[in-house]
Design a protein. Structure first.
Length: 216
């Protein structure tokens, strides 16, 4: 292998490492690495391609390389679409929960879907979340699941060492509206029924009977 081939191999290896770090998606990494292989072959055989394929016509070569570049960018856009959706869903969910955590209830309310806002007024939202029993501390978004039948719906699974609305794991539904992902939320999630205190049944019987029953 000559010096030129060594340099090309080193550059491709470096770009592949950077791509694997930035593009945390197997399809995207495979697409980038495949394009690097094809680009390397074209670069090495550029003289042969120019003479035998393009017949030394520069315009033909530029047109062919432009088509390949457009195909690469379009393919990269398509294979990274799920990853971009997941990032947008995580950002919307984080903004919603961070707003509640910091006390920015209006900001959190703005993250709700239109239907959620119609069924749950801002005053009720602020009143419910400003009470002492609603506290959000640390949280993590463990998983995002895209709806297979509706590309405008998704589910974000959120967990916390502290309870989120009475649950250790909270599944938040999101819907895409006006080009943004919004949280589907209702007052039923916030207002939970308080457990009724248990009352021991009074023992029937006379004073002497109850006294002996308490001993045994």
């Amino acid at each position: 292998m000559n010096k030129q081939g060594i340099y090309i191999t080193m550059i491709n290896a470096f770009i592949g490492i950077v791509a694997s770090v930035l593009l945390k998606d197997n399809a995207a990494v495979a697409w980038v690495l495949g394009a690097l292989v094809i680009g390397t072959i074209i670069f090495i055989e550029r003289a042969w391609l120019k003479e035998n394929i393009f017949r030394n016509k520069r315009n033909y070569a530029l047109a062919a390389y432009s088509v390949l570049a457009v195909m690469f960018l379009l393919g990269l856009f398509l294979v990274t679409e799920p990853m971009r959706k997941t990032s947008a869903i995580i950002a919307s969910t984080t903004s919603f929960l961070t707003g509640i955590k910091s006390g920015d209830y209006k900001g959190a309310y703005a993250c709700l879907s239109h239907a959620s806002q119609q069924g749950y007024s801002l005053d009720e939202f602020i009143g419910d979340h400003s009470s002492d029993r609603i506290k959000i501390r640390d949280f993590t978004i463990d998983q995002v699941t895209l709806n297979k039948f509706d590309n405008k719906k998704a589910l974000a699974m959120v967990s916390s060492p502290f309870r989120l609305y009475g649950h250790e794991t909270l599944n938040l539904e999101l819907i895409k509206e006006d080009g943004a992902w919004r949280v589907v939320f209702s007052r039923n999630i916030v207002v939970t029924e308080k457990p009724q205190p248990s009352h021991k049944a009074k023992k029937k019987g006379g004073t002497i009977t109850n006294f002996f029953n308490s001993l045994f």
